[in-house]
Ligand binder design. Structure first.
Ligand SMILES: [Zn+2]
Ligand SMILES: [Zn+2]
Length: 714
């Protein structure tokens, strides 16, 4: 079979904006959006193929290539530096550790680790055959019932893609979640389209969630929290001070007031069977934490997004000594950031940037515009310092930039001399050589201020010949065309455009391969599970782990939904659960699905019908005529569009009259109706993608800026 794991969830789920959790009435009204889309999936004939373009494509492109590799590796190649064989380096190594340190767990969890050699045999009766190294282009069977003494781990997002990180840990019926982020499709469509982790697999266990632990404040780690809280508003959210501040700001916009528990690198907290300790982690956002998770089934290190910058601007490097101490205690499994694992060597230091900024700003004769990701406080600090040194004022541009920097300044993470910041209005009236603009829009987003300036459509700022524009950012794959378009327009005007190619104006927040080696050697895990990456990153990370001595067959390559059980010191792939995409369509009306679908490799022979209905979120009545678009239809079939539109409109009117307010059921109804029409009259089975956009016009939707920031951690 060729169906990839990612396509297995037949229905692309659509979610409306999260309800206010303080208001139970509206919460109830909106909650059915999350009903699991299992039963009716078959009715719509293959539409599930449409839902997972990005991950599916990744598989097709990357996964196959490495498959042989992995198989042969499992069979007979074992590193002679394997973890188990160098017990001398590891307090707990050698297989008979009984770790006094682990006594701290209180549950004797460490015992399992020492016995892994005989444990294998002992457990074999009820532990199914290991699926380590199984072909993940094919779907694995459902996992068996979880063994009592095992820790179950699976990602609902973030493994096999970069974005919407969310990993679930289950022990004894209790759940701990690490991170809950969003993914933003990389194609530059102006429509808002968030992809959330699929909460489906934990919906019926949501009351068993002990805590959500958040590593840092990037959108790909916090962006989906409002939607998770919609399922259960009182999930305790455990995070650092700055991370909490950004989550709180986000949730406030959704009129939610979550329950926060502030921790820092010294905290030692326990939620049910999960003991969490932390360690300082350096990344492109302040106050990031790594996690040391102890459970009776074993200990797990989660790096979060991490870099080993040795000269960070906040003098808070990744705490390798702390990680090393956890390594001394014994780490059964390490989940390590893979984003830049495929780049050898060491990433540039953030400490290199300020000097470049100072030089560029000091030499500029006219206006300077520095574009950066909206949460990169260090970068903004460098820009502010350069501006102050050159006697210039600073204006922020972009909603998320303004908001984040306000928070960062209030909390002391951003230091701004009094009187430095001016409004964009004031800046527009000042002499160009007296001001530095710091803006979002590094990815060429058409509606972002920078793009509008490039098109000379910005209300306040006119870019002129001789202005200096600095792209202090990475170029996120997929945005090339848009970004180069903006750069070229700026150049045409006569502005000087500086990117990381021309000067040291950007450094990644994710460590390169050489840095990750340090992490493995500090933690000395017995098992490794690469996270936060697409397949090629995961594979590169796997080889790094092996090169530091982790057994090849103890490096688990999982992807979203692949279930890993940690038991008796060993991490094993035991099966797979269905994990799909949960879409949020915001207020913008671009033909999101149709656009996205053009990317998709497996449209099937039937083509695609995408339908968009904007409805009033109170009455469920259509606010405008439905939009229908088709892809893969011949010219002769084009008259099908008005026919579908009419059918959709009638169906929606009927549903509204019946008082239907569940967008999921609306979607299903539309699929059935349109599917029937297509098969009876046109003898076709297209992928049918209805999108219901409930709107109230009160502006409570996701902000474009927010969404764009979701990939900012690259
Ligand atoms: Zn991230
Ligand atoms: Zn990040």
């Amino acid at each position: 079979m060729t169906e990839t794991r990612n396509r297995s969830r037949k229905v692309t789920r659509k979610a409306g904006p999260p309800a206010e959790t303080t208001d139970t009435a509206s919460n109830e009204a909106a909650s059915p959006v999350f009903q699991a889309p299992t039963a009716d999936a078959s009715a719509s004939g293959g539409n599930g193929q449409g839902g997972n373009s990005k991950t599916a494509a990744n598989n097709d492109n990357n996964e196959n290539s490495g498959q042989n590799d992995k198989k042969s590796g499992n069979g007979n190649r074992r590193s002679n530096r394997s973890r188990g064989s160098r017990g001398g380096r590891n307090n707990n190594g050698g297989g008979n550790n009984n770790n006094g340190s682990n006594g701290q767990n209180g549950k004797g969890g460490g015992n399992n680790r020492g016995n892994r050699n005989n444990g294998n045999n002992r457990g074999r009766r009820n532990v199914p055959k290991s699926m380590q190294g199984a072909d993940l282009t094919k779907r694995l069977p459902e996992p068996p019932k979880q063994a009592k003494d095992s820790l179950r781990i699976y990602a609902l997002g973030g493994i096999s893609e970069i974005g919407r990180n969310m990993t679930v840990f289950e022990y004894d019926g209790k759940l701990l979640i690490i991170d809950c982020g969003v993914l933003f499709p990389s194609s530059g469509e102006p429509g808002v389209d968030l992809i959330l982790p699929d909460f489906g697999p934990i919906e019926n266990k949501i009351d068993k969630v002990e805590a959500l632990v958040v590593t840092h404040a990037h959108e790909d780690h916090i962006g989906a929290i409002p939607w998770l809280l919609k399922l259960r508003p009182d999930i305790p959210i455990v995070a650092s001070r700055f991370t909490i501040a950004l989550i709180a700001a986000k949730c406030k916009e959704h009129r939610q007031r979550p329950k926060f528990i502030e921790v820092n690198e010294k905290s030692d907290v326990k939620y049910g069977p999960f003991r969490c300790r932390f360690w300082a982690v350096n990344h492109s956002v302040p106050d990031a934490l790594g996690i040391m998770l102890n459970t009776p089934a074993g200990s797990v290190v989660h790096t979060g997004d991490i870099k080993l910058d040795q000269t960070p601007l906040d003098n808070r490097p990744t705490d390798l000594p702390a990680l090393s101490r956890y390594g001394d205690e014994g780490v059964d499994l390490m989940l390590c950031d893979s984003t830049n694992a495929n780049i050898p060597g060491v990433s540039a230091s953030e400490g290199d940037i300020p000097a470049t900024f100072k030089r560029l700003v000091a030499g500029a004769k006219q206006r300077v515009i520095i574009a950066s990701f909206a949460s990169n406080v260090y970068r903004v600090q460098a820009a502010i310092d350069a501006a102050v040194a050159a006697g210039r004022k600073v204006a922020f541009n972009g909603r998320s930039m303004i908001r984040n920097m306000e928070i960062a300044e209030k909390m002391g993470f951003l230091k701004v001399p009094r009187g430095t910041i001016v409004s964009i209005d004031d800046a527009s009236k000042m002499a160009p050589h007296k001001v530095v603009l710091i803006t979002t829009g590094t990815q060429g987003e058409p509606m972002a201020a920078l793009s509008r300036m490039a098109r000379r459509e910005h209300r306040q700022i006119t870019v002129r010949d001789g202005d200096l524009i600095v792209f202090s950012s990475s170029l996120i794959p997929g945005n090339e065309e848009a970004v180069f378009g903006v750069m070229n327009m700026l150049s045409q005007i006569g502005a000087e455009v500086i990117t990381n190619k021309e000067a040291k104006v950007h450094s990644s927040g994710h460590g390169y391969g050489g840095e990750l080696l340090f992490l493995y050697n500090a933690a000395r895990p017995k098992n490794a599970m690469p996270v936060h990456g697409e397949w090629r990153h995961l594979r590169a990370n796997k080889e790094l782990a092996i090169s530091t001595g982790v057994d090849r067959d103890r490096v688990v390559l999982a992807q979203n939904g692949v279930v890993v059980d940690l038991a008796k010191g060993r991490a094993n792939v035991v099966g797979q659960i269905q994990v799909g995409n949960l879409y949020v369509d915001g207020v913008s009306m671009g033909n999101v699905d149709a656009d996205t679908l053009t990317d998709r490799t497996n449209l099937g022979a039937g083509g695609v019908v995408s339908i968009t209905c904007v409805i009033d979120n109170r009455t469920a009545r259509l606010l405008e005529h439905p939009t229908v678009a088709t892809t893969g239809f011949s010219e002769d079939d084009r008259n099908v569009v008005p026919e579908i539109a009419e059918l959709v409109e009638n169906t929606m009117n009927d549903l509204a009259a019946e008082g239907e307010n569940d967008t999921y059921r609306m979607v299903q109804k539309l699929r059935r109706k349109v599917g029937k029409l297509m098969s009876s009259k046109y003898k076709r089975e297209p992928v049918i993608l209805p999108t219901i956009v409930p709107t109230s016009g009160d502006g409570s939707y996701i902000d474009d800026d927010e969404v764009r920031a979701s990939r900012e951690s690259l």
